[in-house]
Design a protein around this ligand. Structure first.
Ligand SMILES: Cc1cc2nc3c(=O)[nH]c(=O)nc-3n(C[C@H](O)[C@H](O)[C@H](O)COP(=O)(O)OP(=O)(O)OC[C@H]3O[C@@H](n4cnc5c(N)ncnc54)[C@H](O)[C@@H]3O)c2cc1C
Length: 384
């Protein structure tokens, strides 16, 4: 695809990540999907390839590339492994970006170089048992005690939670008036207790953990943005999700492309009624629709990455890109299974996993209904 904003560096990162994904990730993916083993060895290789800090400047430990390069990397990883795509997306967009964008100089200095260089993974904990789509329903509390905050509560579905060196999270710093602030908790902090590792439908080799805070002492120095930003945590997290949605969209795009790339050789080779099944329009037109939708999703997503790179607002644009790409991924994976017939239903052909992995994209970082809410509010405002 030749787009005016695609540069040589974007082509290079696509080729590098594709080679890594096909040679090193794909061979073990069916097994990891079965065992749910988190691939620390592959995360280490991603660190060596400088994939864990793509959009952050080199002086902060990153690769000094842009969000378009990062989008392409998530897309290419997810073309083979939704799990690894999700691990990278959560680490970069959710675990690292908000510290880089909203942290104090001291917080950035202490955490960003380690995160962006891949010395440690990052995680983001917003969702709670009673605060999902309505993320303002946070019940985790932070009570000031001298130079610390005492945190109590529970976060759920935290990607990378069990392996992260830092988890950025929200907590109530006042009930009346309601004030939500953001904090960073470091691995090993007493009172940070890991709950169950979730057993999931898809993205099974990604880590999803319940996190408990039990009188967990977090220093005031880890209040994101410092004292002047007390109460701004919800705003920080919503802005983070605007960017994060590009990466979940990129994950969906990669899964859709992976499904098409598995379908093409199959329909060329598989013969029924004396002909390759790709010669039947009922099969070939499915592929035509997949290709058309994938290209449309790619345009929406790359446009969003460009908006982010040029510092423009992208709230409803990223909601549209994520919404569309997620639904394209579901349709593409379903079509791939259909054209592969019984083989498509078998684990060894990968496409049934693509369907399971794609479903996450319609839920994580805001469900499709919430994306439609964001888009329609952009059109209509809040009607009362
Ligand atoms: C694999 C995985 C990884 C995740 N990783 C993270 C993570 O790293 N950090 C994190 O904080 N969270 C994470 N999440 C949580 C995710 O962001 C939430 O699941 C999501 O925001 C939806 O919240 P919920 O599951 O509580 O659903 P609910 O909010 O309970 O929604 C249930 C249903 O009701 C619908 N609904 C709710 N409100 C409305 C409305 N106003 N209008 C129309 N429909 C509505 C929803 O669209 C959905 O269909 C992860 C989830 C998964 C599955």
């Amino acid at each position: 695809m030749n787009l005016i904003y695609l540069k040589e560096e974007h082509q290079m990162i696509r080729e590098a990540v594709r080679e890594f994904a096909e040679k090193e990730v794909e061979p073990g993916e069916v097994d990891r999907d079965a065992t749910m083993e988190f691939p620390l060895d592959l995360v280490e290789k991603m660190r060596e390839l400088a994939l864990l800090g793509i959009p952050f400047p080199e002086e902060w430990g990153g690769a000094g590339l842009d969000n378009l390069a990062y989008t392409i990397a998530v897309e290419e990883l997810s073309r083979v492994s939704g799990s690894l795509g999700l691990t990278l997306a959560a680490h970069t967009s959710l675990g690292t970006s908000p510290i880089y964008e909203f942290g104090t100089e001291d917080q950035k200095r202490r955490f960003v170089p380690k995160l962006a260089s891949g010395e440690m993974l990052g995680a983001f904990a917003l969702t709670e048992p009673n605060a999902g789509s309505d993320a303002q329903g946070t019940q985790t509390t932070a009570v000031r005690d001298g130079d610390d905050w005492i945190i109590n509560g529970q976060k759920v579905f935290c990607t990378n939670g069990g392996y992260a060196g830092t988890i950025i999270f929200t907590a109530l710093t006042s009930r009346e008036p309601k004030q939500i602030s953001a904090f960073i908790v470091e691995k090993g902090t007493p009172g940070l207790v890991y709950g169950k590792k979730e057993d999931k439908l898809g993205c099974r080799a990604s880590d999803t953990h319940v996190i408990h805070f039990e009188d967990c002492r977090v220093p005031n120095a880890n209040l994101v943005g410092g004292e002047s930003e007390l109460g701004k945590g919800f705003k920080f997290f919503m802005k983070t999700l605007d960017g994060g949605r590009i990466s979940i969209g990129a994950m969906a795009l990669g899964i859709a492309q992976g499904a098409l790339d598995k379908a093409i050789p199959f329909v060329r080779e598989r013969r029924q009624f004396g002909k390759p099944i790709g010669s039947f329009q009922g099969v070939a037109f499915r592929l035509a629709d997949m290709e058309t939708e994938i290209q449309a999703a790619r345009h929406l997503l790359y446009h969003c990455a460009w908006l982010k790179d040029t510092g423009q607002p992208l709230e409803h644009q990223s909601a549209m890109a994520k919404l569309f790409a997620s639904e394209v991924a579901m349709r593409a994976a379903d079509s791939a299974i259909q054209v592969l017939g019984a083989c498509g239903y078998m684990r060894e052909y990968h496409v049934e996993r693509y369907l399971r992995d794609a479903k996450l994209c319609e839920i994580g970082e805001g469900t499709s209904e919430i994306q439609r809410l964001v888009i329609s509010r952009h059109l209509l405002g809040r009607l009362t």
